[in-house]
Write a protein that binds this ligand. Structure first.
Ligand code: NI
Length: 137
């Protein structure tokens, strides 16, 4: 485990109250974990903003009976195969499939790929979940 360093933080009373509400509202075990989360969340957002190496996943819901849509999705995934880590396919019900495509690469390319997938004609739902770690690169 990495060495943990302590430091003092001064906050206005109102802001501290907001922090404590955030801690309990999100079930964080303590303030330190909540602050860690807030810092990392912000750094990951910056990594996406600055087109750094990031990770995430595209979540798609579609009707598998629409073969054109399926072919289009597979074509697009092959075009960006260097970004695709894995694809998980779940049959939700008779018509609907849920696909979770794990991605890693430059933020702009991930967005581009997700936009193409989400924009396929007939796609019922799609969302890019932006995640990753901040590497500073
Ligand atoms: Ni299916």
């Amino acid at each position: 485990m990495k060495k943990v360093k302590r430091f003092g933080v001064s906050l206005e009373e109102g802001l501290l109250k907001k922090l404590d509400a955030f801690v309990s509202g999100h079930k964080f075990p303590n303030r330190s974990q909540a602050i860690r989360f807030l810092i990392n969340n912000n750094l990951v957002s910056l990594a996406w903003e600055h087109n750094r190496e990031v990770a995430g996943c595209a979540v798609l819901v579609y009707d598998h009976h629409k073969r054109d849509l399926l072919n289009r999705s597979i074509d697009i995934q092959h075009q960006y195969q260097e970004l695709v880590l894995s694809v998980q396919h779940v049959h939700l019900d008779h018509h609907n499939c849920l696909e979770i495509i794990a991605l890693k690469g430059k933020a702009r390319k991930l967005k581009e790929l997700a936009d193409k997938l989400i924009g396929i004609k007939g796609m019922k739902h799609g969302q890019l979940v932006a995640s990753g770690v901040y590497s500073g690169k």
